[in-house]
Design a protein around this ligand. Structure first.
Ligand code: ADP
Ligand code: MG
Length: 140
């Protein structure tokens, strides 16, 4: 297995409830190293651009507004098979369907306010990391 990087976002529902540390502990316990991290407020342009793949979905406008409703923590995770390991650690999109012990099962509130984002492929991880981070901000 190869060492990969993936983009993670701790969403506003989680930053508002001060569970950033709990989520980071769950990520680190899965073997994912947090090699870059910053807490930011997304602009409308950033939120729309980041989720542009979903622009034709009925939930797009709500999702963009939700992602702007409070701070987010964007992070680069690194580790063996990091894209899949992070998706497994996150759990299913809908917290009600997420396996016990996953972040979304433990922390998520709803299918929208599901606490974390994670890249779904290595190719998307590369472009999502570049969306938020300059090379010099990543410190492995
Ligand atoms: P994932 O985050 O698991 O990759 P998607 O890429 O399908 O899921 O969706 C992106 C985000 O859009 C989800 O994490 C969630 O916040 C929101 N979302 C997805 N499906 C719905 C839905 N049916 N209703 C409201 N929000 C949704
Ligand atoms: Mg997705």
């Amino acid at each position: 297995m190869a060492i990969q990087r993936t983009l993670s976002i701790i969403k506003p529902d989680a930053t508002k409830r001060d569970v950033t540390g709990k989520i980071n502990q769950m990520l680190e316990r899965s073997g994912l190293r947090i090699i870059a991290q910053k807490r930011i407020k997304l602009s409308q342009e950033q939120a729309e651009g980041f989720y542009s793949v979903h622009k034709d979905r009925p939930f797009y406008n709500d999702l963009v507004n939700f992602m702007m409703s409070g701070p987010v923590v964007v992070q680069v995770l690194e580790g063996e098979n990091a894209v899949k390991v992070n998706r497994d650690t996150m759990g299913a999109t809908n917290p009600e369907e997420a396996e016990e012990g996953t972040i979304r099962a433990e922390v998520g509130l709803s299918i929208e306010a599901n606490s974390v984002h994670g890249s779904d492929s290595e190719e998307n991880a590369r472009s999502e990391i570049n969306f938020f981070f300059k090379d010099e901000e990543i410190c492995p």
